[in-house]
Write a protein that binds this ligand. Structure first.
Ligand code: GDP
Length: 197
């Protein structure tokens, strides 16, 4: 898919404030610093559409972008901040889970994972929750360029093995680098194939 236009629509504090669900929507989520803003910018061919976060815990809003005037890209707040209080973390979780469970036009959720790390409990728990809740989701590994190809492949396999402990079917998996613009076309192709409403 060619990106002709990409514009910021609004930031919402809760799912009820999100734009009318009149277009197919694709949301991106992951732990803070996973490379979400960079990936969104790389996909859109823009430098600063999504803000690169810097301060963990700062972006607690649901950000909507309208792409090609016919689908929404949603930048969700990161989960699993170590540095915020328990009650604030609960608020985040509620915001995210309510959005995911209630957003009628959500076609797919892209769950971002830093390829350099071993499978982390918080990501696995979130993925498990998506599966149990019947949420259509894919896994997107980020920062591929930061690893040697073989080591990257090994980590993806490790992740798959971990997921297979709980699930018979694996979700769609994308391996990306925002830096090198790798894997972004595959994600856009998937969106292009599925965004008929
Ligand atoms: P966010 O908090 O998930 O939005 O993460 P950011 O997009 O702000 O990225 C966090 C850090 O990782 C920044 O310093 C980015 O420059 C870096 N980063 C993100 N994606 C990549 C990538 O594909 N390759 C490399 N080498 N660095 C990346």
């Amino acid at each position: 898919m060619q990106i002709k236009t990409a514009e910021f629509v609004k930031s919402s504090q809760k799912w009820q404030e999100c734009p009318e669900p009149v277009m197919p929507e694709y949301a991106f989520i992951g732990r803070s610093n996973v490379g979400k803003s960079s990936l969104i910018n790389a996909m859109m061919g823009r430098k600063d559409l999504a803000k690169t976060s810097g301060t963990p815990g700062k972006t607690q809003l649901i950000n909507h972008f309208l792409v090609n005037e016919n689908w929404y890209l949603t930048d969700l707040p990161g989960y699993g901040y170590a540095k915020v209080s328990k009650s604030l973390r609960k608020d985040f979780e509620k915001l995210i889970t309510n959005y995911i469970l209630n957003r009628k036009n959500l076609v797919n959720l892209f769950v971002l994972i830093d390829i350099r790390h071993n499978p982390q409990k918080i990501d696995l728990e979130f993925i498990e929750w998506c599966g149990e809740s019947g949420i259509p989701f894919s896994i997107v590994f980020t920062k591929l360029d930061k690893m040697k190809p073989n080591a990257a492949k090994e980590n993806v396999e490790k992740y798959k093995a971990e997921l297979m402990k709980a699930w018979a079917d694996l979700p769609e998996i994308y391996v990306t680098s925002a830096e090198k613009k790798e894997g972004t076309d595959e994600i856009l192709r998937f969106i292009g194939k599925t965004n008929e409403f």
